[in-house]
Design a protein around this ligand. Structure first.
Ligand code: HPA
Ligand code: ZN
Length: 368
């Protein structure tokens, strides 16, 4: 829910320290975490892609897993999207989406993800003649199965492809609304530059009018002005990526003041050359500026790691403290669309597991 200042949090001492001298990997794995920026099509591993290509008799331009992985040498967002959309062609029926979804959820569960907010790109599939209902039903079955097996909660978010027209997004929204009980919100993704949020203001107005939650990719390759637009014209509840906010100090202040979560994806940012190397990533500066920064995996099959690998990559490159790692986990829960009671329960659980050190100021001030 919306952040409210709490008088209680921070006054409860941790009940146990999970592993005071243990490995950082085990420490991060055992912190309850939400994943808030995950494209389910981006979890398509090469092995599954080749298996589904055989199943459906689809001719891919890649003959082996090795050839496929070699194509993952991206130079920017567009060079990634070209491969990502080409491979999505192997996803054809409900069962494919079920397997894709459940493989991801199983892996996420093993890494301590307790809540997953999952994007899918309806237009990538409906444009190929795949029924919207088959995509949604396969994903719904996977999400329900993960809830039953692992107790994982979820939200499903349909993203509009911003390189396509607003009219096409509007037609996609009509289909989203036919599955209103399964889909919690809408987002905006694909090629950012040249496709500002303003293009989709009317579609997002209509989505919000129907009670859908809204998010948008902004400030990945696009300028800080796109982040302002996403907030002002789309009224989004959080910003996907958003790392370019740093170029606009007034925007940074606003994001801090309003505690708008940024769903940062470190391995993605390095692979798509938003930052040339992890050591140059601005995540730690943004976190220390008081932004509600979260860590996410974006398209893990393409970028070399799932959620835990993303946490560990920034921890190693930027030297995050254990307290900061716990703050990232708290931010993921607080930035999620979970209800307030669930949010508080998970934050308390993180408090109990967090290794904060005696003099860490951050942890006495956490706002839910
Ligand atoms: N940015 C834009 N579109 C996307 C991304 C991304 O990081 N991942 C999948 N589609
Ligand atoms: Zn993304």
């Amino acid at each position: 829910g919306r952040p409210k200042r709490s008088a209680i949090y921070g006054k409860i001492r941790p009940m146990s320290r999970a592993n005071p001298g243990g490995s950082v990997a085990a420490y991060v794995r055992d912190l309850p975490k939400a994943e808030l920026h995950l494209h389910i099509e981006g979890t398509l591993e090469p092995e599954l892609a080749l298996r589904l290509a055989r199943k459906h008799g689809v001719a891919l331009p890649y003959a082996s897993v090795a050839e496929l992985r070699a194509a993952y040498d991206f130079s920017d967002l567009q060079s990634f999207l070209d491969v990502y959309y080409a491979l999505a062609d192997v996803l054809r029926d409900e069962d494919d989406f079920y397997h894709l979804g459940l493989s991801y959820l199983q892996r996420a569960h093993e890494q301590g993800v307790v809540h997953a907010e999952i994007f899918f790109d309806p237009q990538t599939h409906t444009a190929r003649g795949i029924a919207f209902g088959a995509v949604v039903e396969g994903l719904r079955l996977a999400l329900t199965e993960a809830q039953r097996r692992f107790g994982m909660t979820h939200r499903l978010i349909a993203c509009f492809l911003r390189h396509l027209s607003a009219a096409e997004a509007s037609r996609t929204l009509d289909e989203v609304l036919e599955h209103r009980e399964v889909i919690a919100g809408v987002g905006l993704d694909s090629s950012e530059v040249g496709h500002p949020p303003s293009k989709f203001a009317a579609v997002f107005d209509r989505a919000r009018g129907q009670g859908l939650l809204t998010v948008a990719h902004a400030g990945e390759e696009g300028p800080p002005a796109y982040i302002h637009e996403a907030l002002d014209l789309l009224a989004v509840r959080r910003i996907d990526h958003g790392v370019r906010c740093e170029e606009d100090p007034a925007l940074v202040q606003r994001l801090v003041r309003e505690q708008i979560a940024l769903t940062v994806c470190p391995l993605s940012n390095v692979r798509l050359r938003v930052f040339d190397r992890m050591e140059h990533h601005n995540l730690k500066r943004l976190l220390e500026a008081g932004l509600r920064v979260t860590v996410n995996s974006d398209d893990p099959a393409y970028f070399g790691g799932y959620l835990l690998e993303n946490y560990l990559a920034v921890e190693r490159a930027l030297g995050l403290t254990r307290a900061q790692l716990a703050t990232l986990a708290r931010n993921s829960i607080a930035g999620s669309f979970l209800a307030t009671d669930a949010t508080r329960r998970w934050i308390r659980e993180i408090d109990a597991r967090a290794d904060e050190g005696l003099h860490d100021a951050q942890w006495n001030n956490y706002v839910v």
